[in-house]
Design a protein around this ligand. Structure first.
Ligand SMILES: Cc1cc2nc3c(=O)[nH]c(=O)nc-3n(C[C@H](O)[C@H](O)[C@H](O)COP(=O)(O)O)c2cc1C
Length: 206
């Protein structure tokens, strides 16, 4: 069985810390036999939710940009790895724009009562986040946002890799334990012989 694994990098900077960790996690997934795809959000044209609420009656987003093609991949994926820097105690604006566009999925499920994903599908997601400060409080707000996003996406929230005190561009390359954990968690995410966890596995490193 092919496990399709989609990695979404939301950092605006090339070779950002969260991006490098994402690529390690994808390498881990690939080493376990997954079919991987890597997407940089900055390469796509995806705008914010404009709150037109058209999706409340149609279940689809009326804003025409690259979101539709990305959403198709996200719904098709068996595994999703979502990477973001911490910006002002939460995910970056690029990531938040993508998350907010999920309102059409919320409307489809909870207003129109339509099925999004076949119920028995084993879908699992992992979050990778890097912050520059020593604060760990920021991970709480991200945890909450991602929980609700993954609920809407019908995907099990399987793991978090949260790193703080890493600020400069590509500085994560000097953090071998973070890279190692990203690879390990990416590999573990592919498992199909264990039930999805009730709560996400949390790895927090400084
Ligand atoms: C606009 C902006 C806001 C930021 N806010 C925070 C913050 O609230 N907490 C924090 O720990 N780091 C903050 N940072 C630092 C980044 O999280 C840090 O540099 C991180 O390594 C960037 O990850 P990236 O290389 O994957 O983009 C901020 C950086 C920017 C540019």
């Amino acid at each position: 069985m092919i496990i399709k694994t989609l990695g979404i990098s939301t950092s605006p900077r090339t070779n950002g810390n969260s991006d490098l960790l994402l690529r390690e996690a994808l390498a881990g997934a690939e080493s376990a036999g997954a079919q991987i795809e890597y997407i940089r959000l900055s390469d796509l044209n995806i705008g914010p939710c404009i709150e037109c609420n058209a999706c409340y009656t149609t279940g689809t987003c009326q804003v025409q940009d690259d979101y539709q093609q990305l959403l198709k991949k996200m719904l098709d994926a068996d595994r999703l790895i979502f990477a973001s820097p911490v910006f002002f105690m939460t995910v970056c604006a690029q990531a938040k724009m993508l998350i907010d566009r999920g309102q059409c999925l919320w409307a489809k499920k909870y207003i129109l009562k339509k099925q999004l994903i076949r119920p028995q599908r084993d879908r699992r997601a992992m979050v990778i986040v890097v912050g520059g400060s020593k604060s760990k409080k920021q991970f709480e707000s991200i945890r909450l946002t991602m929980k609700y996003y993954f609920d809407v996406l019908d995907i099990n929230y399987a793991a978090n890799l949260f790193i703080n005190k890493v600020d400069r561009l590509s500085e994560i390359q000097k953090h071998p334990s973070a890279l190692k954990e990203a690879f390990r968690l990416g590999k573990e995410l592919i498992a199909t012989n264990t039930p999805p966890p009730q709560n996400p596995v949390n790895v927090e490193l400084t």
